[in-house]
Design a protein around this ligand. Structure first.
Ligand code: ADP
Ligand code: ZN
Ligand code: ZN
Length: 739
């Protein structure tokens, strides 16, 4: 018997070893093996088992590191699919699919002493103090030795003495590191579903019971339509049928609030995987999933690899969210991986959103995906009334655009009087608080990245939001020595100050990357707001999604335009999504909501659509026409090649070389496919973010009918012209944003 092994050195090839007789019974694919590798011992995963000997001489496997496989056969298939589709090395992909903590010896659980009540030997005598202690321990049912010693003010030797008389049983036990420990989770019961919710649930369950292959289901529900309740009830049924579920949520909305909704319904069966877990917690959660103790997994994109045993349902909440795309190799999109995994394991993928990606929307229109719609909010609540405020007109009267229009100020005032809450949304933290010289126009820019510094008032310094570098505000303009600086643009801090000037008694909470750098700060701010300890929550993208505050009746968007002018084919889609999501925070309970969107471009389709009653469908129809016209996704596949070098000429010349060679490939491809311009290669161009952390960046964008067409072209080229050491080339299949 022979085994093909992936060795953890990113070599992107498999090595064949022979399997010694004593291991043939035990060896399984997915196991971690120890093998000899260029004069030392290496660890690697068993990828495939073969009976035919290879044509070359093989060395034997040394041992099996852990008998239970880290990857099921289905997960291995998924990993291979990702490595192929996204052109990533297999070892890198394996590493992305398995939390590093799981392989760390230091993360293994430790055994601690656990004390339980026992049966005292006949005739055993106890002092009054001992009897009291025994009663206490019986009452709580036992516990960790350390805990009991602390809680009942006793000593380990007292407990051991009692164990000697049989009154207690002390034994080592593995302690679980529980990320939810100490959090109060209220159990919840299923809510009676509205008609639309019931129909959506039926669509999902019908798909679960349909013969394979089962199509993914798009759950298109407006904000506040009760999508989560539908997921919860679908998961409950799937669990009843003996299968497991994974719920993916965007990184930013993996808040304790979200976790509580799942833990409240499924208790201990829920495992949480998120980036803030300690190695120990991650290790334990992963093992709880693998052993089948946890059967509902909630986590960000990497949770798509959770080793549940019998996958029945995989939910991708807010499926349009950009955080599902990994921005390093393997550059996978968790939504697409979820759909592939579901099909490999005969499960159903449910993609939920109020503002689906156009890729998913087109799939639902064509029937490739099933569609379940929740067009109205729960319990007959209405969607908020959305008003556009033309800031151009506001500027005409006073000469410059204010941060807050009169309309918005009046609306906030009304909420303060009524004791209702307001959410104010500002695109991007500290956005374009740029330091500019009033005399010569010089702008303070990060020397390592091609972006202006952002001014931070709190510590009077200039920070780069790309590399994190910072400097003090210079005493004078380095160009003309003028001391007349102006600070253009609006940042969250400035908006907060302006708001406090207008409403001296308003209680304002600010939420952005600066105010939430402390652990739990995120949760603390939201809890305070929910508890009514503030009137206004002012924040960036962080507050756009998922939040459900019943007393919020007003949402204001201070600057709708800022995400519109990005050099990104999805800029318009992103703008619409953001506006619709943030608007959706208003009027979610009994009291109706109202939204003011401040914009300089009220005619732009993405912004006009956010205020129109045609909703998402209207926006999507127009946007799809535009995309088809321009040959952009979802009507083609798009990939980006990014060339980075410390030397600008190197980066540029390599990008040009690649663009040229790919151009000839494209010409041949198109000729072979009837002459239409199906395979298109852009010119080599400076990336919109032209320099980051000292590296110059050039890009080439490739479009073709299928990703595999692009991948074969790029692989061919990379084999012909491997990049030299001073150059970094990254290849992003299904690139989401071109910055
Ligand atoms: P979405 O995820 O679609 O934005 P949520 O699932 O957050 O919506 O639901 C919005 C609110 O409506 C939540 O407070 C939720 O508890 C409540 N809700 C959902 N379904 C029902 C129902 N069938 N009956 C009553 N309330 C519901
Ligand atoms: Zn100057
Ligand atoms: Zn920088």
């Amino acid at each position: 018997m022979f085994v093909k092994v992936a060795i953890d050195l990113a070599l992107d090839r498999l090595f064949t070893y022979s399997v010694p007789v004593e291991l043939t019974e035990k060896l399984l694919v997915g196991q971690l093996l120890r093998v000899p590798f260029s004069g030392r011992i290496a660890r690697g995963f068993a990828m495939a088992v073969e009976t035919e000997p290879p044509s070359f001489k093989t060395k034997p496997v040394l041992s099996i590191e852990d008998e239970s496989p880290f990857f099921s056969p289905a997960l291995l298939k998924l990993v291979k699919w990702i490595a192929g589709y996204y052109a990533a090395p297999i070892e890198t992909t394996l590493r992305a699919a398995l939390p590093a903590a799981v392989l760390k010896p230091s993360a293994k659980p430790k055994e601690l002493l656990f004390v339980e009540p026992g049966d005292p030997a006949a005739g055993a005598k106890f002092s009054a103090r001992q009897q009291e202690l025994l009663n206490d321990i019986r009452r709580v049912g036992g516990g960790w030795m350390q805990q009991l010693v602390r809680e009942f003010r006793t000593t380990p030797s007292t407990l051991k003495a009692l164990a000697g008389k049989g009154a207690l049983v002390i034994a080592p036990r593995v302690s679980r590191r529980d990320p939810l420990a100490g959090r109060r989770v209220m159990p919840t019961q299923p809510l009676p579903l509205g008609d639309e919710q019931a129909a959506a649930l039926a669509t999902i369950m019908d798909m679960c019971h349909a013969p394979a292959p089962r199509r993914p289901v798009l759950l298109h529900g407006v904000t506040g339509s009760g999508k989560t309740e539908v997921y919860l009830q679908a998961i409950a049924q799937v669990l009843d049928e003996g299968r497991d579920a994974i719920v993916l949520v965007p990184e930013i909305s993996l808040t304790p609030q979200t976790v509580r909704r799942f833990a409240g319904r499924f208790g201990d069966k829920v495992a949480v995987l998120h980036s803030a877990l300690s190695d120990g917690e991650r290790y334990d959660e992963w093992h709880r999933i693998r052993t089948g103790e946890a059967r509902v997994v909630v986590g960000p994109r990497s949770a798509v690899f959770a080793p549940v045993r019998r996958l029945g349902l995989i939910v991708v909440d807010e499926e349009h969210d950009p955080s599902y795309k990994q921005d390093e190799s393997p550059r996978y999109h968790a939504r697409d991986v979820a759909a592939v995994r579901a099909s490999l394991e005969d499960a159903v993928a449910v993609l939920g959103s109020a503002t689906p990606s156009l890729e998913t929307w087109l799939n639902a229109q064509s029937g490739k995906f099933a569609l379940a719609a929740l067009p109205s909010r729960v319990a007959g609540r209405s969607l908020p009334a959305v008003h556009l405020v033309n800031m151009e007109q506001q500027a005409e009267r006073t000469g410059r655009a204010p941060i807050f229009s009169d309309f918005l100020l009046d609306a906030i005032h009304l909420r303060l009087e009524r004791g209702e809450q307001t959410i104010l949304f500002l695109n991007r933290r500290g956005f374009s608080r740029v330091l500019e010289c009033g005399d010569c126009g010089w702008v303070a820019e990060c020397p390592d990245c091609s972006v202006p510094y952002t001014y931070h008032q709190a510590d009077n310094c200039l920070r780069c939001h790309v590399c994190g570098g910072w400097i003090h505000v210079p005493p004078q303009c380095p160009n003309c020595h003028s001391k007349e600086f102006s600070y253009t643009g609006i940042g969250t801090q400035r908006a907060e100050a302006a708001l406090k000037r207008c409403f001296q008694h308003a209680r304002v909470l600010r939420m952005d990357a600066d105010s939430t750098s402390r652990k739990y700060a995120h949760d603390d701010i939201l809890s305070a707001f929910r508890a009514g300890k503030a009137d206004v929550l002012l924040g960036t993208q962080m507050i756009a999604k998922g939040l459900d505050f019943p007393n919020v009746t007003l949402v204001g968007v201070l600057n709708a335009d800022t995400s519109l002018h990005r050099p990104d084919p999805r800029a318009s889609e992103r703008t619409y999504q953001l506006l619709a999501q943030v608007s959706g925070r208003a009027g979610r309970a009994e009291k109706p909501g109202e939204v003011y969107i401040q914009t300089f471009d009220p005619e732009v389709p993405a912004i006009a659509a956010a205020a129109s009653d045609k909703g998402f469908d209207g926006f999507a129809r127009q946007e799809l026409l535009d995309r088809r016209e321009a040959y952009l996704p979802p009507y083609c596949r798009m990939a980006e090649l990014l060339f980075r070098a410390k030397d600008i000429a190197r980066a540029q010349s390599w990008a040009e070389l690649y663009a040229k060679s790919l151009g000839s490939w494209a010409a041949k491809f198109n000729a072979a496919h009837g002459g239409a311009e199906l395979f298109r290669v852009s010119e080599a161009a400076e990336a919109p973010l032209a320099k980051a952390e000292g590296w110059f960046r050039f890009q080439v964008v490739v479009r073709a009918p299928a990703s595999k067409d692009i991948v074969s072209a790029v692989k061919w080229l990379q084999a012909q012209r491997p990049a030299p050491k001073d150059l970094r080339v990254s290849f992003d299949v299904d690139a989401q944003d071109l910055c």
